[in-house]
Design a protein. Structure first.
Length: 521
């Protein structure tokens, strides 16, 4: 569609195209492409730029955290608005600058139209991530959004043989653990996973992890502001952090001094790891069964799983788990069919068990449902298994099938829930972020004001800077795209033809307005 639109403009204005026309063409093309995307939000109440300006609204998803995903590729042009560095601080500072009415007034009128529109989309995606999802989902979506904003990757699965404590890695290589919290909620983490990250990740460990904390201010359930901090936990400060935040007794316990001394002499060697494992074995906070110091070192301190790199072991494991789930689902269906056959036999409408079994159960079917004994259908345990199900059907009550869906969901999902990390959980309060700022290296990024009052004020400023012609083009383009969609999808052809007429009218208006803009420039 965008190619046809471009040809139409070029045909009409071959002799008068200039820089401003090219800029407007690019804007229209991007708006048209994004308007047709499935990621368009429903009408929202509250302070969103799109309530005043006809910009495409994006639906943030966890998939945005994967640079290889189609969703991320589709919205990458929007996030190219960030031109400064790709650190968390630099990107948030740019967003904050856009959200400041004082800074907005300083921007040149009509300048960098694409930048204004894209930043509005980023702000709306941020609002959607923290407001349009359940509390449990919002954190994951927010992580994906922050990964996209910083040009990075959301983390999942094992990394370097350890469980990840980072939620995303920025384009600049910062590992970040993101916490989206109510202001009275403590910051939590696994002591065991933190130790493994700092000292064993990828064999040698990583020197530090950044925690990005966004405290939410809410008005009637809507997040209106975010107060953003960060702090660092490093190899050098971990013992002091646990001590000063009153996590010492539950983490290092009486081994704090020994751990601190040993960490000060850190080296990537089997001997150092073996001694660290010995110290951790005496602490109350490190998981002696699941921690990597407990299960991935041999007798002389070498890692036994160094070759297990990110994705390989996890992909194989998940593939096997998926096969198990599909076999389990097939077995559920077969059990239901067996009970149904038993019920039919009890009513005199079907064969007895021996006849039914001989006609319906064979080696291929048993393998499909995860039953793979060498002797196949003649195995006594299999015969008994299916006979029991057949006899259940003979006295089957109607209510049994009412329970089927719940039982099926349970069996299909059985085993997906992972066991807890084990060991101690550390907690740092907002007050401790302030009091221990020297040890935690706490930074305050300021406040992102997403309130309706602020967005309304900004909308007025940016409407003025976009100018009447650009706003007309945006609105006409939106109507143009919507009516094209109506033309192709409406079952009422008279309604479709009306939409076609409207789309053509909007198209002519856009071309005319582009011509006027070109002549003025």
């Amino acid at each position: 569609m965008s190619n046809d639109w471009e040809q139409l403009i070029e045909k009409s204005f071959e002799s008068s195209q200039n820089n401003i026309l090219n800029l407007l063409m690019e804007t229209v093309r991007e708006v048209m492409d994004e308007m047709g995307d499935s990621g368009v939000l429903l009408e929202q109440e509250g302070g969103r730029f799109s309530m005043s300006i006809a910009i495409p609204r994006l639906v943030p998803t966890e998939a945005w955290g994967d640079p290889g995903s189609q969703s991320r590729k589709e919205i990458q042009a929007v996030f190219n608005v960030f031109r400064r560095g790709n650190s968390v601080r630099e990107r948030i500072e740019q967003i904050n600058s856009f959200l400041s009415p004082t800074e907005a007034l300083r921007k040149a009128p009509g300048g960098k139209i694409n930048t204004l529109l894209r930043m509005m989309q980023v702000i709306e995606a941020l609002q959607a991530a923290i407001n349009d999802y359940s509390e449990s989902s919002a954190g994951f979506v927010f992580e994906g959004l922050m990964a996209a904003i910083t040009g990075g990757t959301q983390e999942a699965g094992r990394v370097g043989g350890t469980l990840p404590i980072e939620d995303f890695t920025t384009g600049g290589g910062e590992n970040v653990s993101l916490k989206l919290l109510s202001p009275g909620t403590g910051i939590h983490g696994s002591f065991t996973n933190l130790i493994d990250y700092l000292f064993l990740r990828g064999d040698a460990g990583l020197p530090e992890i950044k925690y990005l904390v966004a405290y939410k201010a809410q008005d009637e359930g809507t997040v209106t502001k975010l107060a953003i901090y960060d702090f660092l936990i490093t190899r050098d400060n971990i013992v002091d952090v646990m001590t000063v935040t009153k996590n010492g007794p539950n983490t290092f316990g009486n081994q704090a001094a020994a751990a601190k001394d040993h960490i000060q002499s850190w080296q990537d060697s089997p001997e150092w790891r073996l001694k660290m494992a010995e110290i951790l074995g005496l602490t109350p906070g490190y998981d002696k069964k699941k921690g990597m110091f407990a299960k991935s070192l041999d007798d002389i301190g070498n890692r036994t799983d160094v070759q297990i790199e990110p994705g390989k072991d996890l992909a194989t494991k998940k593939a096997k788990q998926y096969d198990t789930r599909t076999a389990g689902g097939a077995l559920i269906t077969l059990k239901q069919q067996t009970r149904t056959a038993g019920a039919a036999h009890a009513r005199g409408e079907g064969p007895d068990f021996e006849t039914w079994y001989a006609q319906n159960i064979d080696s291929d079917l048993l393998q499909m449902v995860g039953k793979t004994a060498k002797t196949g259908p003649k195995t006594r345990s299999y015969i008994k298994f299916f006979k029991d199900e057949f006899e259940k059907g003979s006295s089957l009550a109607e209510s049994f099938f009412g329970e089927f869906d719940a039982r099926e969901k349970f069996l299909i999902n059985e085993g997906k829930a992972s066991a807890g990390d084990g060991g101690a959980q550390w907690t740092i309060s907002g007050t401790q972020l302030e009091k221990a700022d020297d040890i935690l290296r706490t930074s305050y990024y300021g406040e992102l004001d997403l309130s309706q009052k602020n967005i309304d004020e900004l909308s007025k400023i940016y409407i003025e800077k976009l100018g009447e012609d650009v706003r007309f083009i945006l609105e006409a383009t939106k109507q143009f795209t919507e009516n094209i969609g109506e033309y192709f999808t409406s079952e009422d052809r008279s309604k479709a033809m009306s939409a076609s007429d409207t789309a053509q009218e909007r198209g002519r208006e856009i071309v005319t307005k582009l011509a006027e803009q070109t002549e003025e420039d």
